[in-house]
Design a protein around this ligand. Structure first.
Ligand code: ADP
Ligand code: MG
Length: 382
């Protein structure tokens, strides 16, 4: 387990001095609201109890020297007074470079520092280790520079770093959750105007993430096709985004759309409604309704949006057969990656054991299973 003490010790080993600052930023899992973000709709992630940690110390030279403990202590370094370039031999460092670049573009004077970075968010599993790294970095630089930058701005500039510096087209949800979530709450985000609300989670149950361990192959091309289909549908309805179409309006006119486009639109429109219903269920501590909405979300993603796969469907089916499971759905873009399950607290240990065994038997791959606590967003630890 990573703690302030362990990361401080690692920094001292590497740089023979004590760090002056430690920051931490969590990964996230989306509970409901999938493929709604680019339709100006709603999402409902939690920040999880797995995080990226940075220990840092300012230095006189206007340079940033980085050590990644999870990459065998690999080092990368860049100057702050020259254009910041990528280091593709140390791709992990591009997230730090990108954040420094985005901060400088906003006029923040980024100080020279030494840092070590370490995390326990699994890489590339869909729990957003990349956003955690960006937000952890931004929190550190903003503290050291004593810059007045809101958490919403931190999330935005981290997204900009990932989009324009690293070169990955992601929405704002991951960075937003990592920067703004609150303990024991989910974060409801309106992706149109970035207004948000912390929603208390139902008590007595745990969100358990299961990773199919299936490589996501098709995801980029299919993602682009889905986006184009949603834009097609929005144009047909004469609105800026599918967010603006009510279910009644959709049902009145769905026959005018090509069948595939209509299915895509139906997913987005019903999914937005499910997010709002899930918020209401959470606020009334209604686990059964929350779980049922997760199940409906999965069916809609599988049948209308068609972004599930055999492994995810198997995982969800196995999960739902377990005692104490209120609901299960794929989370993230689909075609592999993770499922999220709502499980009664007393049943979690048995659930983890049974799902791992059954999935291995049926699919021939051992899944990774992570019971998650909803944690607060990024913070200065000391
Ligand atoms: P994810 O779904 O986890 O966000 P990405 O491919 O977007 O997957 O980001 C993973 C990348 O983030 C890694 O390849 C690495 O460059 C960087 N990263 C993640 N975790 C760490 C870590 N512990 N230390 C350094 N870099 C990390
Ligand atoms: Mg990522």
């Amino acid at each position: 387990m990573i703690t302030a003490q362990t990361i401080r010790d690692e920094f001292e080993k590497a740089f023979a001095a004590a760090p002056t600052l430690i920051t931490r930023a969590p990964g996230r899992v989306n509970l409901i609201g999938e493929h709604t973000d680019y339709n100006a709709g709603f999402v409902l992630p939690i920040a999880i109890d797995r995080a990226m940690w940075i220990a840092a110390r300012p230095r006189d030279a206007r340079r940033v020297q980085m050590i990644a403990l999870d990459f065998d202590g690999a080092r990368s370094e860049f100057a702050l007074d020259a254009p910041i370039l990528r280091d593709d031999a140390n791709a992990w460092s591009n997230y730090v470079r990108g954040v420094a670049w985005a901060l400088q573009a906003r006029g923040v004077v980024v100080p020279g520092i030494d840092l070590v970075v370490q995390g326990d968010v699994p890489l590339g599993s869909g729990l957003s280790s990349s956003a955690a790294l960006e937000v952890c970095t931004a929190t550190m630089f903003v503290e050291l520079a004593r810059a007045q930058i809101s958490r919403v701005e931190i999330a935005r500039l981290c997204q900009q770093a990932e989009n324009d510096f690293v070169g990955v087209q992601c929405g704002i949800m991951d960075q937003f959750a990592s920067a703004l979530a609150q303990q024991d709450h989910a974060l409801w985000i309106d992706c149109r105007d970035l207004s948000y609300r912390n929603v208390p989670l139902p008590r007595g149950a745990t969100f358990v993430v299961c990773d199919t361990r299936k490589r996501r192959g098709l995801v980029d091309s299919e993602y682009n096709t889905r986006r184009a289909e949603c834009e097609h549908a929005a144009r047909a309805f004469g609105v800026a985004a599918l967010r603006d179409v009510s279910l009644a309006e959709f049902q009145r006119r769905e026959k005018e759309l090509p069948p595939v486009v209509a299915r895509r639109a139906r997913h987005v429109i019903t999914e937005n409604a499910r997010v709002l219903a899930a918020v209401a269920a959470a606020e009334t501590n209604d686990l059964a309704t929350f779980g049922a909405l997760m199940n409906e979300s999965h069916a809609s993603l599988r049948d209308d949006y068609q972004v599930s796969c055999a492994e995810l469907d198997a995982l969800v089916e196995i999960a739902r057969a377990q005692a104490g499971c209120w609901g299960a759905r794929l989370t993230g873009a689909g075609f592999g990656g993770c499922a999220v399950n709502l499980v009664r607290n007393e049943s979690v240990a048995r659930f983890v054991e049974n799902v791992a065994r059954e999935y291995s038997r049926r699919v021939g791959i051992a899944p990774a299973v992570y019971p998650c606590q909803a944690m607060s967003g990024s913070q200065r630890v000391e």
